[in-house]
Ligand binder design. Structure first.
Ligand SMILES: Cc1cc2nc3c(=O)[nH]c(=O)nc-3n(C[C@H](O)[C@H](O)[C@H](O)COP(=O)(O)OP(=O)(O)OC[C@H]3O[C@@H](n4cnc5c(N)ncnc54)[C@H](O)[C@@H]3O)c2cc1C
Length: 497
């Protein structure tokens, strides 16, 4: 499954000298781990200020979430503002909105400066049924409390079931890949370095600096920024404060053009719509769930496609894909030190599928923190503020469900039950001694791997849409040959012969 954005005729490649300089540089001011939107904007802000910066990406730029986003650069954000308003004081909500506005404006300005197309359109959060109408009202109230000039509308001009909406004018949408490529080029032109296909596997503090271990040897820096989605280092225990959520998207050619606006349902099942490719395509998203906790990912994709062809007859599917993002316990992003009081390693995560603005806001906060600046709205972007750390009920709920999946995965594996509820007979889990072994057969070739997650020991579940092994605990994912793809794990699965 390849996204509309990653399916390009001319793949972007970094200049060869960036590759060569890996061993030539001794030490960096900052190493940013992760070549998505967060890592590259952070890298550029630091390189522009004269820092010696390296961005280290395990796969290729945008390969994980940024290249698989739906690319709405919106402040409306579904029902997000209402969720924040329910848990936090109005001044925190306002700080969140102010930070996102600054992130949005930074990104749009950057695109304009680089001649990267930006679509501008109203965004709608709409109710599909009368029960969703309450969420729409709450979102409207939160928008007004945050000082946004949102409006209520009773009817939508699109052929899907709807029962009213809240709307905000002049929001934006982008193709993320030209943005990432321009950011990488700009980092290089400011003397920074960007490395692809180098996975960071660990970090240790030595006096006044950090040593990162990678699959290509060590690299040293005064400071490290983990812009890896979920942090790859367990110190700080962010895996226990984040919920990994996977969702699906598809692009369609649409005769007569796509509606010239963005839409997101307030109620379930989630439906997200936006135009793409100058309005010749309709992009549809939704059907999210926690990673590794669905019986059939393929079923979720098929459902999205059949919903689209039902309400937009004549559309032709061109792309389908899926991706995951991380939601924090208390609905605000985590941006700041990995461990309280220690500035050597910083993190940025918890964007809850609103990273097009939040990634840039996080980069602004992190670069100000490193360079010694002050940002007025940064109180909504903390990694360790008291309200985030002590939300005991939410933490118990999140980690309770992790424990249930840990126990049920191992229970199934030890009883010799198949733990993949696979409608596709090509994949199954069998027990060899005490080891659950995943077998996947394709074109007559069988891959066998130990399906115990190297992160914290969850038993992996087969993803029939992407042919991957996914962890229901903290969202690590692996190819069928065991190669780590994303999530907190930094190690591959053990191959079994
Ligand atoms: C289906 C979906 C739709 C979305 N739609 C929207 C939208 O419309 N609007 C919006 O605002 N947001 C949206 N989002 C959210 C947004 O796309 C993300 O929040 C944002 O892209 C996150 O960027 P990032 O740079 O933090 O993470 P990523 O893009 O995931 O980048 C992290 C990078 O770190 C690398 N990495 C990980 N581990 C290592 C390691 N050990 N060593 C080296 N590198 C490593 C990864 O390979 C990856 O490239 C959506 C998310 C999903 C899942």
């Amino acid at each position: 499954m390849t996204s509309l954005w990653l399916d390009r005729t001319e793949p972007f490649s970094l200049p060869v000298d960036a590759e060569q300089s890996w061993n030539e540089r001794g030490r960096y001011d900052t190493v940013v781990v992760g070549g998505g939107l967060t890592g590259l904007v952070t890298g550029l802000l630091l390189a522009r200020s004269g820092q010696r910066v390296a961005v280290v990406e395990a796969r290729t730029l945008g390969a994980v979430t940024t290249g698989n986003t739906t690319g709405k650069v919106s402040i409306l954000q579904g029902t997000r503002l209402a969720e924040i308003a329910r848990r936090h004081a109005t001044h925190t909500l306002r700080s969140y909105v102010e930070g996102n506005l600054e992130g949005q404006q930074w990104l749009i300005r950057y695109c304009h400066e680089r001649d990267i197309p930006v679509g501008i359109a109203p965004d709608f959060t709409y109710a599909q049924t009368s029960s969703g109408a309450e969420s729409v009202q709450a979102q409207y109230a939160a928008c007004r409390a945050a000082g946004l000039s949102a409006r209520l509308v009773s009817d939508l001009d699109i052929p899907v079931p709807n029962a009213g909406a809240v709307t905000l004018d002049d929001q934006a949408y982008i193709d993320p890949m030209p943005v990432l490529q321009a950011l990488a080029r700009d980092i290089l032109s400011h003397g920074g370095t960007v490395f692809e296909r180098r996975r960071v596997t660990g970090a240790r503090s030595v006096p006044k600096s950090q040593v990162l271990t990678t699959d290509h040897g060590d690299i040293r820096a005064d400071r490290v920024v983990l812009a890896t989605g979920i942090p790859i280092l367990d110190r700080g225990g962010f895996f226990a404060r984040l919920s990994p959520e996977r969702s699906y998207a598809a692009a369609f050619d649409i005769p007569g053009g796509a509606p010239d606006a963005m839409y997101l349902s307030a109620d379930q099942p989630t439906r997200s719509l936006r135009p793409a490719a100058d309005g010749t395509k309709l992009l549809v998203g939704g059907n999210g769930h926690e990673v590794g906790r669905t019986d059939s990912a393929q079923g979720a994709v098929d459902d999205l496609i059949s919903w689209t062809t039902q309400y937009f007859p004549g559309t032709t599917l061109t792309h389908r894909w899926s991706a995951q993002d991380y939601s924090s316990l208390d609905k605000l992003p985590y941006v700041g030190p990995l461990v309280p009081g220690q500035e050597g390693i910083l993190v940025a995560t918890g964007f809850a599928k609103w990273g097009m603005t939040n990634a840039v806001s996080a980069a602004l906060v992190l670069s100000a923190r490193i360079l010694g600046g002050h940002i007025r709205w940064a109180d909504a972007f903390h990694s360790w503020s008291p309200h985030q750390v002590f939300d005991v009920t939410a933490a118990a709920k999140l980690n309770g469900s992790v424990a249930v999946h840990l126990a049920s995965g191992w229970g199934g594996a030890l009883l010799g039950r198949r733990t993949a509820d696979d409608p596709a007979p090509s994949a199954r889990v069998i027990r060899e001694g005490l080891v659950p072994v995943g077998e996947h057969t394709k074109d007559g070739h069988t891959e066998r791997v130990c399906v115990v997650c190297p992160h914290l020991g969850g038993v992996l579940k087969w993803n029939d849409a992407e042919e991957t092994w996914d962890c229901p605990l903290h969202g690590s994912r692996f190819a069928s040959d065991g190669k780590v793809l994303e999530g907190p794990s930094t190690h591959d699965l053990r191959r079994v012969t």
